[in-house]
Write a protein that binds this ligand. Sequence first.
Ligand SMILES: [Zn+2]
Length: 254
Amino acid sequence: MLGRDHALSGALVFTALGPSLHVTGTHLAAGVVLAAGAGVLPDIDHPDSTIARCFGFLTEAFAWVVAKISGGHRHGTHSLVGIAVFTLGALAAGTYQISGGRIPGHAVFSWHMLPAGLYLALLYSAALRALHIGGHHGDLLGIGGALVTCYTAWDMIMLPVGHWHVPLLALATGLGCAAHIAGDELTHGGCPLFWPFYAHEFHLVPRPLQITTAKMGENWIVFPLLIGALVLAAWHATGHPLLCASYPGSPERR
Ligand SMILES: [Zn+2]
């Protein structure tokens, strides 16, 4: 799928889950953009991908290294192992950030913010680039967003997932990567979910329904569906219940 649609799918998943995660306002906005960036993160295994072009030769060289380690395009980064590595990387960066004396919601600069800051800058910039927002200034906006997010520690806000509490950055990363893999499983290529143990490429739909990247099926069906679903999910997540079920912040729940 195109980077644009991968980013939209990541944004859609986080927005749709927003009410059940009890995340609103700036935290919801940050999570949606980060999940959009994570929606193109698995393609960091290809030097010509949207995310690999974010910071020029730096990210292109990184993508080259990732491709070598993960067995090439659409291998390791498009598997359950890939989702786990990206999510645990985000978790480790956030844990290191907090170990520098950072308390979510309390603003202090520290070198411990560097790994999380780089992660955030990459995801923000990738999201803006994939969605064609900001043009050449998109990367600067991404770096600015990463600084603000690190400074305020929004990325380490804990969100409820079942019996656990997961930092926003790690959750957005995991959801975005999962959305990417689901998107690629709609295409003819599929994804090797159980790499490196089992090379079989999994698909979500039977062959006649599988799409080809950037062709009619993606541009005239997948893209409009993603936009429509994202608008509805955003409407719901910002306090306008679509169904009779009450929203966490609605008056009847107060
Ligand atoms: Zn991909």
